[in-house]
Design a binder for this molecule. Structure first.
Ligand SMILES: Cc1cc2nc3c(=O)[nH]c(=O)nc-3n(C[C@H](O)[C@H](O)[C@H](O)COP(=O)(O)OP(=O)(O)OC[C@H]3O[C@@H](n4cnc5c(N)ncnc54)[C@H](O)[C@@H]3O)c2cc1C
Ligand code: SF4
Length: 533
């Protein structure tokens, strides 16, 4: 039977970072990934239909995509549908590569605002890891953002923001509102053997150039060179434990339907906040009847996804927002709590393009399509004439928002599938409404002819967080401050499940920085690690 020092489940953002660090340190590490290597020559960016394909086989929702490597999610009881990519590189293959950090206040919302909980670490603890992962992934940005504490320079200069973003920036200067060029995990220059961004604008259907950072490009090739073994088409059904309650490995099924067991001294889950909760709950046993590592009852609970609203401004004049699809500029003007408002915490705004010709012609961020005699005028008025403020609201943790195992739904291997229940809370609704009004004001100041509002986007569950939160107290958290399960001392969680609160920023830079910090701690403390006999 196969054996490894460490078994990692999931080859996405966190799985790539964890496996790379362990392989570099000389560990025998195996990663099981249910999907496959993405084929860059088959990315829709190379075809004029890329925006149509994003509405089908290249969309982000695994249930609608329905590929054999995907698992379905029952989200009939959810206001927001989850999005992910299942393959090497994980959801980064489809992500927009916005790369902001959490702010210092995000780690202390209980102390500051009486909501959520404080993290068992601070921004300062994570700062050196943010800087190192910025270098490893190749982040383009401009140092000195006044909303953030002073930090290191980005390894690459910022991407061009275009005259559209400049127009919005000038409007914010007049309003005396914050703005800053957005950091992006997209190369503005050639870097570490990778090409610079070629401005296809199809980043969310995969980057054929390799300019957008995802671990299949940035981490896996080196991890494999360093000796890591990556087994693709390997779907984990459950984590196995011994009589002492230690993890001894996992059971998985390959694409031919053959079942296998792999043994390991340490297991690290990196399957994202839905996938990891699903595996833990599916790993229930007589010793762990409510699921593995779940004595707190919190596995699967406190799911946070960042409720998302979109305000589009339309201009008579052409506005250039070309290039990558991620944020051009960001605004943290309404990020922090203001006691004069009827909600706590706040939102981050990212200014993004509204898409290409097919998105202008069809219902999308660029507006609802108009068919018939006015169609051409509609497309002309939208394409190259619109910009979007993407409003990411802080999501307060709520135990009612959760991942469970569905009673009857299974994936293509017959493994029970997850059910997600998520409702937008009262605080989030007020927060979004307030920020929508301010975003309209921002466009009015910039001279937009009109704005259109999407007050809650259903297919916006990009950021999957919180279903196995970290904390010092085993009664109120699933893992400790280093990602180690309180109940199972050789089981670790490395993905966004461990977030205590969500902040209001795109989470991947924090996920990978935490994953690096916690893996290095595991390596440093390996002599104290309890392992199965
Ligand atoms: C369309 C889209 C846009 C996004 N835009 C941004 C953005 O601009 N900025 C940002 O910060 N974040 C963005 N995100 C979110 C970002 O992609 C995620 O935060 C990040 O990838 C999460 O990393 P992870 O390691 O937790 O999980 P993932 O990267 O999702 O990796 C999990 C991996 O585990 C595998 N897996 C799951 N279950 C099993 C199993 N049972 N057996 C074997 N393997 C399994 C999956 O196949 C997958 O490859 C976006 C996401 C999407 C989908
Ligand atoms: S715009 Fe840049 S990052 Fe996006 S797909 Fe094209 S080359 Fe890749």
């Amino acid at each position: 039977m196969e054996h490894a020092d460490v078994l990692v489940v999931g080859a996405g953002a966190s799985g790539g970072v964890v496996t790379g660090a362990l392989a570099d340190a000389g560990f025998d590490v195996v990663c099981l990934e249910q999907g496959h290597w993405p084929d860059r020559t088959d990315f829709p960016a190379l075809r004029p239909t890329y925006e149509l394909e994003a509405r089908g086989g290249w969309g982000g929702n695994p249930t609608l995509r329905g590929k054999p490597e995907d698992y379905p999610v029952n989200e009939t009881g959810s206001d927001i549908a989850t999005l992910m990519y299942n393959g090497v590189g994980g959801s980064m293959v489809l992500y927009a590569a916005d790369w902001p950090r959490l702010l210092p206040s995000d780690f202390r919302t209980r102390s500051l605002d009486g909501v959520g909980d404080d993290w068992p670490l601070s921004y300062r603890d994570l700062q050196p890891f943010y800087e190192r992962t910025d270098r490893a992934f190749g982040v383009s940005g401009l140092a000195g953002d006044t909303a953030l504490p002073p930090g290191a320079e980005f390894p690459l200069p910022p991407l061009p923001i275009g005259d559209g973003a400049l127009r919005m920036a000038r409007a914010h200067d007049r309003l005396k509102w914050h703005w800053w060029p957005a950091p992006n995990a997209v190369l503005s220059r050639p870097y570490q053997g990778r090409n610079a961004c070629a401005h296809y604008g199809s980043c969310m259907q995969g980057c054929p150039e390799g300019a957008k950072a995802s671990t299949d490009v940035t981490h896996w090739p080196n991890a494999i060179k360093a000796g890591a073994r990556l087994i693709t088409g390997a779907r984990v059904s459950r984590i196995l434990t011994d009589a002492r309650g230690l993890a001894i490995g996992a059971e998985y099924v390959d694409t031919e339907g053959r079942w296998h067991v792999i043994k390991a001294d340490v297991v690290v889950l990196a399957a994202n906040s839905v996938g990891t909760a699903r595996i833990l709950l599916n790993s229930a046993s007589p010793r762990f009847p409510d699921g593995l590592a779940n004595s707190s009852g919190l596995v699967g609970k406190r799911l946070m996804v960042h409720p998302f609203a979109n305000v589009t401004g339309y201009f008579d004049e052409p506005v250039d927002a070309g290039g990558h699809v991620g944020a051009k500029i960001v605004s943290y003007e309404y990020y922090e709590t203001d006691p004069d408002r009827d909600f706590v915490r706040g939102a981050k705004w990212s200014l993004a393009p509204t898409g290409g010709p097919l998105n202008a012609a069809l219902p999308s961020r660029a507006g609802n399509s108009v068919w018939g005699k006015d169609h051409h005028a509609h497309v002309r008025g939208h394409l190259g004439h619109s910009l979007s403020w993407c409003i990411f609201g802080e999501d307060l943790p709520d135990e009612a928002n959760r991942v469970e195992i569905d009673d009857s739904l299974t994936d293509s291997s017959g493994i029970p599938a997850p059910k997600v229940t998520y409702r937008v809370g009262e605080n989030s609704r007020r927060l979004l409404d307030f920020n929508i009004e301010r975003a309209q004001q921002s466009f009015a100041e910039a001279g937009a002819r009109r704005t259109a509002v999407e007050s809650l986007m259903r297919f916006s569950g990009w950021h999957l967080l919180g279903t196995a939160r970290m904390g010092d107290d085993p009664a109120t958290s699933v893992v400790d401050g280093w990602g180690r399960a309180h109940d199972v001392p050789n089981l670790y969680i490395a993905d966004g499940s461990v977030f205590v609160t969500s902040g209001a920023v795109n989470p991947t830079s924090t996920i990978v920085s935490l994953a690096l910090r916690n893996t290095e701690h595991l390596i440093e403390n390996r002599r104290e690690q309890r392992i199965p006999g």
